[in-house]
Design a protein around this ligand. Structure first.
Ligand code: NDP
Length: 243
């Protein structure tokens, strides 16, 4: 029987590449979108036209009610959930003195509470199944910290702590929890960086370039599908930057 995956934040960038990769591997795929419903539905049309099973679910990950509902809809469509990928996230570059309470709360709610809600909801399903795999999307800045990204770095470091703790809690139920911590990847999240800044980042990377969404998708797939004896780990597809 084909396995199933739910990808939070699957409408664009790394999440969309991950959805396509799992679909290519024969998974039944559910993605959530928040603002990019059109892009999500185009992806659904393309994949179902090629015989794949693919559903799209509206969900703002800052709402635990919407996250619980997304998990329920995926389980009801597929009968079970083999993998959940927590990819939805936002970034913002500001000096800490310019970060408002509203900025901070938005970053926490989206990047950290969203992952917490999805893990809590997925845990109920996967513990019952006595099987499952969760992959959370952190960032290299969650390991090293980034200047002018204090709030973002804090949420991404939080995801690493959450991942390690939950891996211990769910291991006895045969549920694995890992995270990826990508380096700089070519997506809209970095569209505010000018060509010079991107070139500098590529220069600082041993492989001499920034990464692609497909390269992160492969790391996520590896952790979710192939890494049977790996849990509580952080895999950093980052072109060789030592962290
Ligand atoms: P994009 O900006 O291209 O995509 C972000 C995704 O998150 C979209 O699918 C968006 O959905 C979704 N999203 C944002 N806010 C919410 C919300 N409140 N509720 C639900 N979904 C939401 O970013 P990337 O693909 O670059 O980033 C994906 C993940 O990878 C993020 O967690 C990011 O922090 C992480 N990452 C990215 C790196 C990079 O260099 N690009 C490096 C390291 C980590 P929609 O458009 O439908 O609103």
């Amino acid at each position: 029987m084909a396995k199933s995956v739910l990808i939070f934040g699957g409408s664009r960038g790394i999440g969309a590449a991950t959805a396509l990769y799992f679909a290519e591997k024969g998974y039944k795929v559910a993605i959530t979108y928040n603002n990019s419903g059109y892009a999500a539905k185009i992806m659904q049309q393309n994949i179902t036209a090629n015989g794949g099973e693919f559903i799209v679910i509206p969900c703002d990950v800052t709402s635990s009610v919407q996250v619980d509902s997304a998990i329920k809809q995926a389980v009801s469509a597929f009968g079970r959930l083999d993998a959940v990928i927590n990819n939805a996230g936002i970034a913002e570059q500001k000096l800490i003195t310019d970060v408002t309470d509203t900025d901070w709360q938005k970053m926490l709610n989206t990047n950290l509470s969203g992952v917490f809600y999805a893990c809590r909801s997925a845990a109920k399903v996967m513990v019952n199944q006595k099987n499952g795999s969760i992959v959370n999307v952190s960032s290299i800045w969650g390991i090293t910290g980034a200047s002018c990204e204090v709030a973002y770095s804090a949420t991404k470091a939080g995801i690493i702590g959450l991942t390690k703790a939950l891996a211990k809690e769910l291991g006895p139920s045969n549920v694995r929890v890992n995270c990826v911590a990508p380096g700089v990847i070519d997506t809209e999240m970095n569209s505010n960086l000018d060509i010079g800044a991107l070139a500098d980042l590529a220069d600082e990377t041993p492989l001499g370039r920034i990464g692609t969404t497909e390269e992160v998708a492969k790391a996520i797939y590896y952790l979710a599908n192939d890494a049977d004896f790996i849990t509580g780990q952080v895999l950093s597809p980052n072109g060789g930057i030592v962290v």
